[in-house]
Design a protein around this ligand. Structure first.
Ligand code: F6P
Length: 329
């Protein structure tokens, strides 16, 4: 069997570890893996990974150190062309022309939506792995990249606290999460922030200001607020403007961590999860599965139909938010 593997959508630390696992698992079971470059874009245009020695399939030796590498060696993209019927037809033709029997996309909801569209034009097997720092895919309790993103954000907040403290300021730290408060809440909890704003709950300025006033009256001279970029009241800049309008008791500064959160060597958790999911995806293909993402629940691999993964966004636990709120003095 010839299996194509690719990364798609926003890159996530651990994608390379997942590719490595796919290559090693498939090879152990006597199958060949080819790397498709730049996601669906590369599939349409026939861009495949070719080694410096001209080798066109990925060997276990070639991916030796990939578990530790950030970024996506196979590159990634968000392909506008693939959203069209003609793009999907061209991608399907390219897979047939290259005798690919099955593909493993590593990505998020857009990637699996694309996989469903492709399956209307191509009858090979498609089994995906969840790769997005947002951790917001339905059907899995984890997506590759989340742990590293939180680690990066927590390290950043720890540093920002130093300067916030020196200047008696409040910092509004915006983290990624277009539809989800996962990165924001986990970062806020781990970094000991004072306030968090997430899309899953209403951001109430009156409550925030009274909390900040309470801190100020207790003698606090600085504060940290973590904001998910997808908060319904806006990102750090917009929220800052609104806090000022509500007479924020602290002098404020904003920082947007942005794509910094998508880079860096993956944490052990991301490497382990990516290895487990990549292995699970190959085994699912060998078992004849199709149209599913291999996620995990309670540390076991589970198959989730693609349609389920993008039907909505997995919200962060409100129980966890309640714990965070009880940490407020
Ligand atoms: O989906 C992952 C993500 O990092 C989101 O958190 C963020 O909104 C988006 O990708 C940014 O995408 P791009 O790299 O295309 O700007």
């Amino acid at each position: 069997m010839r299996i194509g593997v690719f990364c798609s959508g926003g890159d996530a630390p651990g994608m390379n570890a997942c590719v490595r696992s796919v290559v090693r698992t498939a090879t152990v079971h006597g199958h060949e893996v080819v790397g498709i470059m730049r996601g669906y874009h590369g599939m349409i245009h026939g861009e495949f990974f070719v080694d410096s020695d001209g080798q066109s399939h990925l060997t276990p030796y070639r991916v030796t150190t990939w578990a530790a590498h950030g970024g996506a060696h196979l590159r990634s993209s968000r392909s506008e062309e693939f959203r069209t019927d003609s793009g999907q037809l061209a991608a399907a033709d390219m897979l047939r022309k290259n005798q690919i029997d099955a593909i493993i996309p590593i990505g998020g909801d857009g990637t699996f939506n694309g996989a469903t569209a492709l399956s209307k034009h191509w009858d090979g097997q498609i089994v995906g792995c969840p790769g997005t720092i947002d951790n917001d895919l339905m059907g899995t309790d984890y997506t590759i990249g989340f742990s590293t993103a939180v680690q990066t954000a927590v390290e950043a907040v720890d540093k920002i606290r130093d300067t916030a403290s020196s200047h008696d300021r409040m910092f509004l730290v915006e983290v990624m999460g277009r539809h989800s408060g996962y990165i924001a809440l986990y970062t806020a909890m781990a970094a000991g922030a004072d306030v968090v704003a997430i899309p899953e709950t209403d951001t109430n300025f009156t409550e925030i200001i009274s909390h900040l006033n309470r801190l100020k009256n207790q003698g606090r001279t600085m504060a940290i607020m973590v904001i998910a970029e997808g908060d319904e009241k806006g990102g750090a800049e917009l929220i800052n403007t609104q806090l000022k309008q509500h007479d924020c008791p602290f002098q404020t500064r904003t920082i947007v961590l942005g794509h910094l959160q998508r880079g860096g060597s993956p944490t052990p958790e991301d490497r382990r999860r990516a290895t487990q999911m990549g292995n699970g995806a190959v085994k699912a293909i060998l078992a004849g599965e199709n149209g599913v993402m291999i996620g995990t629940r309670d540390d076991h691999c589970v198959s989730v139909p693609f349609e389920e993964t993008y039907a909505s966004h997995r919200p962060v636990s409100l129980d966890l938010l309640a714990v965070f709120n009880e940490m407020a003095p």
